[in-house]
Design a protein around this ligand. Structure first.
Ligand code: URP
Ligand code: ZN
Ligand code: ZN
Length: 472
């Protein structure tokens, strides 16, 4: 059947979801998946041959920072450049953090982020809201944000003292309010006081190079804060999502929490699975590229994270995409604590996790899809519109060719950053074609959408166990 909307047939791919795989055709009409089956033969406007390829749901990066004002500068990808890079790398939805300026309202933060994204984002986007000083009048703000503005997740920073950090009382107040409306609290878990003290010690002793960044934020900073936020959440029976976990000590706090049957979601990021702290020793201030918080850890921590994924303790692999170019990093030439924290990654997440995860036998195809798309959609209220391949879901799809080998380089990436953390990395498997709500967004490296195709995803619905089911 041919409708008035544009239609596409993806033929002969291995359709992979978080639970299944089967050789099938996918029929798309307009923005949605119309049918999945064998030997479909509708009249369509375009046929895409996916023989030998996987057809997977578009990736959801649940942790990005586009054009974030931070540490005296702003992250270098705009919503336009960052989401185009994401589409090249198979990501079709981002959840970015709108961050409250201390003393200002939550709604103002949200409207500033809407202004940056609307008409510019190439892929779809939602927002978490980071609360940086909880005040009593936020109670009505939070209700409105959840029920009317489609923001159903909040963020607390336990680090960045004097800028973003909140204390335990503020975290508890936020958790209690968020729970009333079924919203989820997420947290950057590092003990900001301990970090501030250790940073000062290093600086006082003249240790100012990038290699002192990880030393000033050892695993105990993360493990203590992880244990504390778990206890705070447990005290009120609040669900919790911990962002960018990096190390075994923190993961063991989660393990302990599961012994008392606590509900906690854990995210790690690709860089913590693949890169280690020796990177901080790169010459010519090269270590600054890896200055992010929490920092890169040891090979043992990487192994613990991979095992944590396999055990189901870690559900999401995101990027914490927050790029700064080298001239921005040089703000900290004489003082590592002034190096803007953050690094690029959105374009490489899906392919690297396939290459290092699936190809190397650490995770299955289904786990890969779950980590990059299905779990983030379920946890953050986008399922089943996003994150899976089913009739009626948005046609956000990636035709992924596992046979293609390529090499990552800043010379060829699309992120607005003059280096890539994985420069020279040999990758097996490539996102050949990315479809965004029924449109071919990227094909063989060509970006094909008009400016600002991405839409805001207002999240609604109800949390039930591990899934926040979206209303349609
Ligand atoms: O270093 C990082 N991670 N920068 C971005 C802000 C954050 O902490 O998530
Ligand atoms: Zn963080
Ligand atoms: Zn972040």
């Amino acid at each position: 059947m041919r409708s008035g909307s544009r239609s596409i047939l993806i033929r002969n791919g291995l359709v992979v979801t978080s639970s299944d795989e089967c050789l099938a055709d996918v029929h798309i009409v307009g923005e949605k998946i119309q049918a999945i089956g064998s030997n479909l033969n509708p009249a369509v406007d375009q046929v895409l041959d996916a023989s030998g390829c996987y057809v997977i749901p578009g990736g959801i990066d649940a942790h990005t920072h586009m054009e974030l004002p931070f540490m005296g500068t702003a992250s270098s990808d705009t919503f336009e450049s960052g989401t185009i890079a994401g589409l090249h790398g198979g990501t079709t939805t981002i959840i970015d953090f709108a961050i409250q300026t201390q003393g200002d309202s939550l709604h103002h933060a949200l409207s500033r982020w809407h202004e940056k994204a609307a008409g510019n984002a190439a892929c779809d986007y939602a927002f978490h809201l980071a609360v940086t000083d909880f005040r009593d009048n936020f109670r009505t703000e939070i209700q409105d944000l959840v029920e009317k503005q489609g923001v159903t997740s909040f963020k607390t920073f336990m680090a960045y003292k004097g800028a973003l950090m909140v204390d335990d009382r503020q975290i508890l107040d936020l958790m209690r309010e968020a729970k009333k409306y079924g919203a989820l609290v997420t947290s950057h878990a590092e003990n900001g006081d301990l970090v501030a003290q250790t940073v000062q010690q290093f600086l006082d002793e003249g240790m100012k190079a990038p290699e002192y960044h990880p030393k000033s934020r050892p695993p105990i900073c993360e493990a203590e804060a992880t244990g504390r936020i778990l206890d705070l959440a447990y005290s009120g029976n609040h669900p919790l999502y911990i962002v960018h976990m990096t190390c075994e000590d923190a993961l063991n706090r989660v393990r302990l929490a599961t012994l008392r049957n606590q509900k906690v979601f854990v995210e790690t990021c690709v860089q913590y699975l693949l890169l280690d702290e020796s990177r901080y020793l790169e010459e010519d201030f090269g270590g600054a590229k890896y200055v992010m918080s929490p920092p890169l850890r040891t090979l043992r921590d990487q192994e613990a994270l991979w095992k944590g994924i396999d055990q189901g303790l870690i559900q999401v692999v995101a990027t914490d995409h927050c790029p700064f170019c080298m001239d921005q990093k040089r703000m900290g030439t004489d003082d590592f604590s002034k190096i803007p924290n953050g690094a690029p990654g959105i374009e490489n997440r899906v392919e690297l996790l396939y290459s290092e995860g699936v190809e190397k036998g650490r995770i299955s195809l289904q786990q890969w899809v779950d980590l990059i798309a299905t779990q983030p959609s379920k946890i953050f209220g986008l399922f089943p519109r996003k994150g899976t391949i089913s009739v009626g879901s948005d046609a956000d799809l990636v035709i992924f060719d596992p046979r293609v080998e390529h090499t990552i380089s800043a010379q060829t990436h699309h992120m607005n950053c003059d280096y890539n953390l994985y420069e020279g990395w040999q990758v097996r498997g490539k996102c050949r074609t990315t479809l965004m709500r029924g449109r071919v967004a990227v094909d063989q490296g060509q970006f094909l959408l008009e400016k600002g195709y991405g839409k805001y995803l207002s999240r609604t619905g109800k949390r039930s166990g591990g899934i926040h089911v979206a209303n349609h």
